[in-house]
Design a protein around this ligand. Sequence first.
Ligand SMILES: Nc1ncnc2c1ncn2[C@@H]1O[C@H](COP(=O)(O)OP(=O)(O)OP(=O)(O)O)[C@@H](O)[C@H]1O
Ligand SMILES: [Mg+2]
Length: 424
Amino acid sequence: MIEAPDGDGAYHPSDSDMRSRLDALRPIPRITVQAFCETAEVAAAIEAAAADRRMVKAHVRVNTGGIRAAVEHYSAAPTPNLVILESKYPPAELLLELESLADVCDPGSKVVVVGHYNDVSLYRELTRRGISEYVVAPVHLADVIAIVSQLFVAEGVEPLGRSLAFIGAKGGVGSSTIAHNVAWSISKLFASDVLLADLDLPFGTANINFDKDPAQGIAEAVFSADRLDDVFLDRLLAKCADHLTLLAAPSVLDRTYDFEPEAFSALIEAAQRGTPCVVLDVPHGWNDWTRSVLQQADEVVVVASPDLANLRNAKNLIDTLRKARPNDPPPRLVLNQVGMAKRPEIDVAEFAEPLGVEALATIAFDPHAFGTAANNGRMIAEGDAKHAAALAFGEIAHALTGRNPAKRLAKPAKGGLRAFMRRR
Ligand SMILES: Nc1ncnc2c1ncn2[C@@H]1O[C@H](COP(=O)(O)OP(=O)(O)OP(=O)(O)O)[C@@H](O)[C@H]1O
Ligand SMILES: [Mg+2]
């Protein structure tokens, strides 16, 4: 529990006190933070923190209305990386109010409560139930940044970003197209930042698919791995949408690209420190470096078309990755370009059976929709949000991020925040 230093509750830090506290804090990554406040003072402190240079990359929104307003809001909207809730309720009522939050709050979101009761047993009960921090008002902007920093940048905290690697079982099966559309869907559906890295340096198409042609990108990051830090990485990113940035491939052949096994490790680690979701578009191939990227990713998606060569390759990939990642669930399978006219195809269930996995999604062959989207530098959902492929990309986005597709506000809370904590 963090409490105001003065016994009278008033918090009047001197300029030098504040400066030295702020100096000790590191920049905050690209997280989304939403606050629901009951007093103007707490709202002002959070607004002031958001305006600090350390938080320029974070997306902060401050709302009025406390826990009830938050529950109502999140019954229909995705929860951000961090929710800050102010409540003037005494401990028993506060705990009761928070119960209803468990049903609408995504397990991946962190929750901080700003209360008005300096009560250690309340603090213990809240942390037991999965609340990340309890702070006693009044709070100062440096407190706000310190809390965010403690939750997302401090040494020992688990890396912020999940990495999702996509690879095709054969060339040209649509692995990149699916990676790009899923990255876009995650950023849109959850209003949460996504970094898309195009690892196909000679032939990558993310620049074409998003109609972006940045002068710098992934090549600078990989070939300058020794000086890669957050500031340098930021300069290489091209913005594709509100919450989507791209580390584009050069897509030129003026040199060859033979990488050491760990060539991408520093880059992926830096990306994961700064962004909640990192999508890796891995080219079809099997080298030391592709194996290492796939072995280390949080999730691997194998994209395949329903023919025999794809089946053989998908089985080899999934079996090999299963062995290389014995403590993780197997890679996901997405079948793409299904139903191509006149092509003999293996049935989806028959394709999945020998792999020992279920297909996460099956996407039909639709050259008109995919060709038009690629030519216009747009995603499928931008052309038609109701297109079956757009809906499939949404489902893949939910499955890979572990987000609940539907909110359940109408249901009474069952296990309250304890259930919330268990789900973490
Ligand atoms: N479901 C689909 N229906 C029709 N065309 C598709 C579909 N999915 C992808 N495509 C098209 O297939 C082509 C190859 O797609 P993409 O470049 O994404 O494949 P890839 O697996 O990444 O290939 P590479 O092996 O070169 O990395 C593109 O022209 C793309 O628009
Ligand atoms: Mg590709």
